[in-house]
Design a protein around this ligand. Structure first.
Ligand code: NAP
Length: 451
């Protein structure tokens, strides 16, 4: 068995079985048998709806589990549990809507006298690999659309946070999911990942996590579809005419779950004269955040996932050439205090890499062009934001920011689960959100009738 420990207290909060290649292959045997007994769409939708209901009933329990294994403050854990309900609800809608389309055959001479349409069929067995930071909702974003699409899943959750995945699998079983449609395997990432890559029965790998792991899976699984949702170094641009609540909004979204969200605000570019007033308001809001035990209902910022991550983040802060305006050290219980760094060098790690910790940089720029160039000066491209009262400026930036999503007058951390969500450049190659994920997890079969 593998122990799961609280990142805050280091107490054991659960145990999971240690699986490997043999278990992964047995899970694929079960998935293959499931695929041979397809479930009709109404049945898949009914199970998804039932999971949404069961999860809503047990939202508090789910939030406590997320908090225990990930060290996510209860405030944020509750939001995650609520969002997972909506992920299942939207997946149920997609199961009911799934259909192909007509092809206008007589639009060409060659097509005259023929009728053609496409069927949308499940791609086959899905191998899913999920990260530690949203242990419930990012698992939901893989297994709920897969069921909507009619695909059995073998899921490997993050070793640090496997309990929420097990909880969700139990709910699916309780909702009536037959054997073989979902197997959660915990254990050696390398061994399980290798089976998902090498076994030809797996037709699609859906991976959320860090870039090096994701891109190497894509390289190795050249004959499969490999959908990657990876990291970011999330920018926000604050124009002189930004709404009054911009500092509060960005402060809250820079540090919830200690910055360990792929779209946590990391780099803020402040344009023109507003620098002094923005910095004052922002630092004041940051210093008002409550840092401490994630199980306390009023805690805003808890621990990062492990001691090694804490040490790495502190090193990155230490090596920055910017001025630390607040934070940069740890609390009595060893948590990194929310850290704000002004005007770092462009090649400081905190500015050009993904920090994945409670650190934000503020950069003073003289024009919007400079802000957009700064925001784009990263290999990542997941989500970005701009705050301005001018719709023309906002829409111009939406075109020029090289990101999968651009938020206007909203933190770049915002995500509703029905949105198409995903990145460009090093941030990935797909979009999640049930409607988009179902499209990825199905294939179009063309049918032509000669009349
Ligand atoms: P990670 O270290 O890459 O781990 C992600 C998953 O990959 C875990 O289940 C891990 O298993 C597994 N894994 C590790 N090595 C593997 C291998 N050789 N073969 C197959 N699987 C392997 O990422 P993380 O630290 O959990 O998550 C943080 C990263 O995820 C950040 O970069 C963040 O930005 C990104 N993220 C992106 C999104 C998005 O939607 N774009 C959302 C959330 C997070 P073990 O835990 O057992 O090592």
């Amino acid at each position: 068995m593998l122990e799961v420990r609280s990142p805050y207290t280091d107490e054991v909060v659960g145990e999971v079985p240690k699986g490997g290649a043999d278990e992964a292959r047995r899970a694929l045997d079960a998935a293959e048998a499931a695929l041979a007994r397809p479930l009709p769409a109404h049945e898949r939708a009914r199970i998804l709806d039932r999971v949404a209901t069961l999860l809503a009933e047990r939202e508090d329990e789910a939030a406590r589990l997320i908090c225990a294994e990930a060290g996510k403050p209860m405030k944020a854990a509750r939001v995650e549990a609520q969002r997972a309900v909506s992920t299942y609800t939207f997946a149920a809608v997609e199961a009911r809507k799934l259909s192909g389309e007509m092809v206008p055959m007589d639009a060409s001479k060659a097509g005259e006298g023929k009728l053609a349409f496409t069927l949308r069929l499940p791609i086959g067995i899905v191998g899913a690999i999920s990260p530690f930071n949203f242990p419930l909702n990012l698992v939901a974003h893989k297994i709920a659309p897969a069921l909507a699409a009619g695909c059995p899943v073998v899921l490997k959750p993050a070793s640090a946070t496997p309990l929420s995945a097990g909880f969700l699998a139990d709910l699916e079983r309780e909702a009536g999911l037959p054997d073989g449609w979902l197997t959660v395997i915990t254990g050696s990432a390398g061994e399980i990942g290798d089976v998902l890559v090498d076994d030809e029965r797996v037709r699609l790998i859906t991976f959320t996590g860090s870039g090096p792991v994701g891109w190497s899976l894509a390289e190795r699984a050249a004959t499969k579809r490999v959908n990657l949702e990876l990291g970011n170094a999330t920018p926000a641009i604050v124009c002189p005419d930004a709404p009054d609540d911009v500092a509060a909004k960005l402060a809250a979204n820079s540090f919830s779950f200690a910055g360990q969200s792929c779209i946590s605000v990391q780099r803020i570019f402040v344009v023109g004269d507003g620098w002094d007033s923005f910095v004052r308001a922002f630092v004041e809001k940051v210093e008002a955040l409550k840092v401490g035990d994630p199980a306390d209902e009023d805690t805003d910022v808890g621990p990062v996932i492990s001691e090694s991550e804490r040490d790495r983040i502190l090193e990155w802060i230490e090596s920055s050439h910017g001025e630390v305006l607040t934070g940069g050290d740890t609390t009595a219980d060893g948590l990194i205090r929310p850290t704000v760094i002004a005007n770092p060098a462009a090649d400081d790690k905190v500015q050009c890499d993904e920090v994945f910790g409670p650190v934000v940089t503020l950069t003073k720029v003289s024009s919007l062009d400079e802000a957009i160039d700064g925001a784009n000066a990263t290999r990542f491209g997941l989500q970005a934001a701009i705050f301005t009262a001018d719709i023309r400026t906002a829409l111009d930036a939406a075109r020029r920011l090289e990101f999968g999503g651009v938020l206007i007058n909203e933190a770049p951390t915002f995500r509703a689960d029905q949105m198409p969500y995903g990145g460009v450049k090093a941030s990935g190659n797909t979009r999640e959100g049930p409607a988009w994920a179902v499209r990825e997890m199905t294939e179009e079969r063309l049918v032509v009738l000669n009349l």
